[in-house]
Design a protein around this ligand. Sequence first.
Ligand code: SF4
Length: 384
Amino acid sequence: MKYVDEYRDGDTAKHYLAAIKAITTRPWTIMEVCGGQTHAIVRFGIADLLPPAINLVHGPGCPVCVTPLEMIDKAIAISSQPNVIFCSFGDMLRVPGSTQDLQSIRAQGGDVRCVYSPLDCLQIARDNPEKQVVFFAIGFETTAPGNAMLVYRAAEEALNNLSVLVSHVLVPPAIATIMSSSTSSSPSSSTSSSQTPSSQNSSSQAKVHGFLAAGHVCAIMGTQEYIPLAQHHQIPIVITGFEPLDILQGLYMCIKQLESGRCEVENQYVRVVTEQGNLSARELMTRVFRVTSRQWRGIGDIPQSGLSLAHQYASFDAEQRFDIADADIIVKEPPECISGLILQGLKKPKQCTAFGKTCTPERPLGATMVSGEGACAAYYKYTG
Ligand code: SF4
């Protein structure tokens, strides 16, 4: 298959693995930002093929996983109301809220629907003028343009029975937060590190030396906003795709920078990502959304890390329309779930005592076991 088989070629993979082995002289910890990359790494056993000095840790780039429990509880509260059609992408239906999930609301008779595009909600709203249609608008810069288009077109049509519950997050502020909390000062200072990958795995501190940034996010946003991050935190950032050879080439580029003391933004995913990104999508996002602070599940509040509706579109805000006060939401996380640490690269899924025992994809305790991009789901599916 075009763009798949050619990026899974075994001989080319061996070439990159040999090249990585040849240039690696010191321990490096590299974080892949995106859950799609995490799944490729675990599925194809990439971590086991690398030199032992290379430690891969997983980042916060799973949109379902970082959606705050409070927002899921709000979604459940709204979807429980009569005359509401609540629409969401499929993964969100099974993410546990404090006491139940959206799927159980549907089982109790609530009209909770899985949609494949946010724009599907336009027709649902047209077809059901007597009902309130709500879309759960979550995700990173990748889903924001489509969700912005939904609001833009709803406004154009004056569809007053449609609103969105917004929980959008932005990648660069999350990278900055992880770097700020990391004890790693610079690649060069890490040369004295005596940590082995296994001891890093159990460390309570992230020591991230380099990032593989998410290619699809940069397909929208371009590469420019990562340059000040790389410069300020003195860390290489390689924008990388999602197939095994993308990951291996991205790792090679990142390690090459680390070994030579460079801290730059490089683009491995040139077949998709341009410097400017998708200008039309960015313009629509800027028109419909405004940047705001956001809670990240398991991580906490990150300043200027999310999107809310711009004032011009505030009437489409489901939180305002349904008047779900924060005081009405009592958030209760399962105490054994360490997904917040996993999302920051501080732990790996098999270090959770609940993994595969009290937490499975059939009976998940945390979002990272539910989502198609969740790290726990990847380890369960591919490593058992
Ligand atoms: S295995 Fe389950 S309980 Fe443990 S961190 Fe992952 S989602 Fe949470």
